[in-house]
Ligand binder design. Structure first.
Ligand SMILES: *[C@@H]1O[C@H](CO)[C@@H](O)[C@H](O)[C@H]1NC(C)=O
Ligand SMILES: *[C@@H]1O[C@H](CO)[C@@H](O)[C@H](O)[C@H]1NC(C)=O
Ligand SMILES: *[C@@H]1O[C@H](CO)[C@@H](O)[C@H](O)[C@H]1NC(C)=O
Ligand SMILES: *[C@@H]1O[C@H](CO)[C@@H](O)[C@H](O)[C@H]1NC(C)=O
Ligand SMILES: *[C@@H]1O[C@H](CO)[C@@H](O)[C@H](O)[C@H]1NC(C)=O
Ligand SMILES: *[C@@H]1O[C@H](CO)[C@@H](O)[C@H](O)[C@H]1NC(C)=O
Ligand SMILES: *[C@@H]1O[C@H](CO)[C@@H](O)[C@H](O)[C@H]1NC(C)=O
Ligand SMILES: *[C@@H]1O[C@H](CO)[C@@H](O)[C@H](O)[C@H]1NC(C)=O
Ligand SMILES: *[C@@H]1O[C@H](CO)[C@@H](O)[C@H](O)[C@H]1NC(C)=O
Ligand SMILES: *[C@@H]1O[C@H](CO)[C@@H](O)[C@H](O)[C@H]1NC(C)=O
Length: 761
């Protein structure tokens, strides 16, 4: 078995070295792919011969630094063109701000309206945008039109007090739940909007002496422009802005050039129409046509399942090699265009998939079949043996049930057995309380490694010499019990090199005890923020750490039989072993977490920096919520800064990072070593990936699998040049880790040796 898996890994190695150069085309042959930092994928193109039609013609003005891209026929500056694999949207700078001010006599002194007209283009205003109004006792009215239908709407700003003592008012991100007294409101814009006008008017029809402030404002922008996830920082404005027509602009520079998200589509006919006359059909081989659902006709193309790339180019959609990217099979994986197949070697049966039945030796089954087909007395024997076995099992179960003491019951032992089919816990052992007492010197204070929200963690040595970390839960109440059982069940199913291993648990004590592998080198948080080990946090190491975490999460999300969402990704939950290989864990051991908590008033705020804003709003946790949290960790790695700022005034790290991305000033926020060592394009790709992960809308975030793939490919392209640059010591570290990837990424093969895999120090 071990020999087999060795050859298997060598095989994977060979495959990898052959395939990672495969990249898909971005533009038509001979066309420029970049305008400054912006990648221009077809149907967009620089020059009329490079774009599909005039709507997608980009003018790249290179006389500015960095160069800027403009839509040729509208003159809007394009700041982002989203990857076709994630959605057909672009982001443009579109100056739009409505202002209305009155003088003390009640005459309107300043008045401007918002007016957007995209009717002669292939673009429409995307749903990601909001109309936001700020002021007191004002009505903002919006009128718009798509192809056939028109709509109208608006919202009211109300204020309850005029106490302007240099304070701020907040615009919360909850669309329906804005605080009426806080002088702001917002409303949505339907998908497919082509023409749009918005203007401000006083609620009472005219100015009156009682009006609290003379000015009000309205603008349209994507949700990040104002408010969005960063309620406490970017979604606030100084009250005194409402006193003069220009103050708001100077205090909120983002608003002066808000970025608008636009949907784009091909032509004005839908898929069924265009498929009748294929002369103008834009979707190339291995792609599919989707109607644009904005009610204005048109369609978009997407690569078919199992393919990735640019669906608008010949050979643009290329096969995803699932075998190399996801390791979906137990033994033999064969990649086909658009699909893959698992199979088992001779003598084994099953579907061969990690997520399916895998490969099992067939000898036993074939013996059983032979016996049952054979002599009838054999059948009788078999049946009676089976009955005996079953009776014995039932008897044992009954006996065991009787024996369970009250602690076992109270600690969720029964629940645990329910959850794990027939009590199978994989390699997780039920350990006697005596052994753990001995291992930790009766839970001596000198053995405490850390204290987290869930319990205390002790260092201990089991009787067989293995060093372990033992988590002693706080007193168990009903809610915590479920969480606890959950952790045991989930961890005992997982076997991944970047996920902390659960070795056993003990339910006989007053509070449950969990036994983990011991990871000596602290948390990622320590390494980033308190680390003094200079060479370890090189750019390459960071890239490897990010790729490892992403790989582990992608595995949790997709490679296991049931998707597992971590729900609390943060740098303090990522531990490091003695080789500085990261392990995702679920228990806060580090002392610094406790220190940080004292700076923050509530626990909710303590993890706020990592929480998916969409989850906060909808309370629905999705796989994309983990992606968001991972994005925050990625930003932490890029910037070396903590996600939660210490002072209320300072913007949070995510906000500052996104701002720096939007304004193309990413260098200003990067960690010194990152900008020194990483190639600019490579760092930017990682930053853009982080930006994608932090998208306010979960559906536009990449999946963990995409993220992992992307990071691995960035990492692979950097390996050769960077290994040389590292010190000799670092070199061997990197190389050995690189090799390790193969031996443990599919460690289900040698699960028989797993208990020996951690060091005994
Ligand atoms: C576009 O292509 C046509 C023919 O292929 C050529 O005559 C023309 O000069 C090209 N235009 C530009 C701007 O390159
Ligand atoms: C390019 O940008 C510069 C500076 O903003 C401007 O002066 C120039 O007219 C632009 N060129 C074109 C061709 O738009
Ligand atoms: C506007 O101001 C003028 C004087 O400048 C005044 O005559 C007029 O009545 C004012 N209008 C209103 C509606 O107060
Ligand atoms: C703004 O729109 C309103 C309503 O259509 C109109 O009365 C007003 O004159 C417009 N103001 C400007 C400056 O265009
Ligand atoms: C205005 O607010 C400040 C601080 O919030 C407070 O000290 C002051 O008393 C308030 N003034 C009025 C008139 O409410
Ligand atoms: C496509 O457009 C035609 C004509 O407008 C319409 O009859 C048909 O229902 C549309 N098909 C879909 C799938 O929307
Ligand atoms: C198919 O579409 C092309 C270009 O849009 C047009 O020139 C041609 O006449 C169409 N053919 C038919 C049969 O409608
Ligand atoms: C089962 O029987 C078949 C022939 O019926 C034979 O080829 C095979 O070797 C037998 N398997 C075992 C495990 O005895
Ligand atoms: C731990 O403490 C208990 C009493 O508190 C004692 O009975 C037991 O012997 C101690 N075990 C060890 C290993 O010190
Ligand atoms: C990490 O582990 C090494 C040995 O495995 C040790 O020398 C080093 O001090 C550890 N660093 C931290 C921060 O714990």
């Amino acid at each position: 078995m071990l020999l087999h898996s060795f050859f298997f890994h060598v095989f994977i190695c060979l495959l990898l070295s052959l395939t990672f150069s495969a990249t898909y085309p971005i533009t038509k042959p001979g066309c420029q792919t970049q305008c400054g930092d912006l990648t221009i994928p077809f149907p967009f193109g620089i020059g009329s011969n490079c774009s599909m039609d005039p709507s997608f013609h980009i003018h790249c003005n290179t006389s500015t630094n960095p160069p800027k891209a403009y839509l040729f026929n509208t003159g809007f500056e394009v700041t982002v063109i989203y990857d076709h694999n994630y959605g057909s949207q672009i982001r443009v700078k579109y100056p739009n701000l409505a202002v209305s001010c009155y003088d003390s006599l009640g005459n309107k002194t300043v008045s401007s309206n918002i007016s957007i007209d995209l009717s002669s283009t292939q673009y429409t205003v995307a749903e990601n945008n909001w109309l936001i109004a700020i002021g007191c006792d004002d009505l903002v009215t919006i009128q718009g039109r798509s192809d056939q239908s028109s709509f109208g709407g608006g919202c009211l700003t109300l204020c309850s007090n005029s106490n302007d003592s240099g304070g701020y008012w907040l615009c919360p991100n909850n669309l329906n739940g804005y605080l009426p007294s806080n002088g702001c409101c917002r409303t949505t814009i339907p998908k497919g909007t082509m023409i749009l006008q918005a203007y401000l008017s006083d609620l009472h029809g005219k100015w009156r002496m009682g009006k609290l402030f003379p000015c009000s404002y309205a603008f349209i922008g994507d949700m990040y422009a104002f408010g969005g996830d960063e309620v406490y920082h970017r979604g606030s404005y100084p009250i005194h802005d409402l006193h003069n027509p220009t103050a708001f602009l100077s205090d909120n520079p983002l608003i002066t050039s808000p970025t608008l998200v636009l949907d784009w589509r091909i032509q004005t006919e839908n898929c069924s129409q265009v498929e009748r006359n294929l002369t103008a059909y834009a979707c190339q081989e291995n792609s599919e046509c989707f109607d644009f659902d904005g009610g204005v006709g048109g369609y978009i193309c997407r690569c078919s399942t199992g393919y990735r790339g640019n669906p608008y180019l010949t050979l643009g959609c290329q096969d995803i090699d699932e075998c190399v990217e996801n390791h979906p099979c137990d033994w033999i994986c064969i990649n086909y265009p658009g699909a893959f197949r698992c199979s088992c070697p001779d003598g084994y049966y099953g579907d061969g998939r990690h997520s399916g039945s895998g490969c099992s030796p067939s000898a036993r089954t074939s013996t059983l079949i032979n016996i049952s087909i054979g002599v009838s007395s054999g059948v009788m024997l078999l049946v009676s043996v089976a009955i005996c076995f079953r009776l014995q099992k039932v008897y044992q179960k009954r006996k065991m049930k009787k024996c369970k003491d009250k602690f076992f019951k109270r600690n969720g032992g029964l629940l645990l057995q329910q959850q794990t089919n027939e009590g199978t816990l994989g390699k997780t052992k039920l350990l006697p309380a005596r052994e753990l007492e001995k291992a930790t010197d009766n839970f001596s204070e000198s053995r405490i490694l850390g204290q987290g929200g869930q319990g205390t963690v002790y260092k201990g040595m089991l009787s067989d010499g293995i060093i372990v970390a033992i988590k002693k839960s706080k007193l168990v109440d009903e809610n915590q019990l479920e969480q606890f059982i959950n952790e045991v069940v989930i961890l005992s199913q997982i076997n991944h090199r970047n996920v902390v291993k659960l070795l056993g648990c003990c339910l006989e004590t007053e509070v449950p005890l969990l036994v983990y592998e011991f990871l000596p080198n602290g948390t990622l948080f320590d390494l980033i923020h308190n680390g003094d080990s200079e060479f370890l946090l090189s750019w390459n190491m960071k890239l490897k750490i990010a790729a490892d975490i992403a790989g582990a999460l992608a595995y949790l999300h997709s490679a296991t039989s049931l998707p597992i969402y971590h729900r609390d990704i943060k740098s303090t939950n990522i531990l490091l072993d003695e080789k500085y290989v990261v392990k995702v864990s679920d228990f806060g051991t580090s002392r610094s977490i406790a220190l940080d908590q004292t700076h923050l008033t509530t626990l909710v705020k303590g993890t706020f920096g990592y929480l998916d804003p969409e989850y906060l709003q909808s309370s629905q946790f999705t796989e994309k919520s983990d992606v968001y949290s991972f994005g925050v960790v990625l930003v932490e790695l890029l910037t070396g800064q903590k996600p939660i700022s210490r002072t209320e005034e300072e913007k949070s790290l995510v906000a500052r990072f996104l701002l720096s991305m939007e304004t193309n000033r990413i260098e200003t926020i990067l960690d010194g070593r990152v900008s020194e060592e990483g190639r600019k394009e490579e760092v930017f790709n990682v930053a853009r990936l982080a930006q994608g992960c932090l998208n306010l809308k979960g559906k536009y975030r990449p999946t963990m699998k995409d993220v992992s793939t992307e990071l691995e490919s960035i990492r692979r392209t950097t390996m050769p040049s960077t290994v040389e640059a590292e010190s000799q010591e670092a070199k061997s570290l990197m190389l050995s880790d690189f090799e390790c990837t193969w031996t443990t990424s599919s460690s289900t093969f040698n699960s028989d040796v797993d208990p020996l895999m951690f060091e005994t120090v």
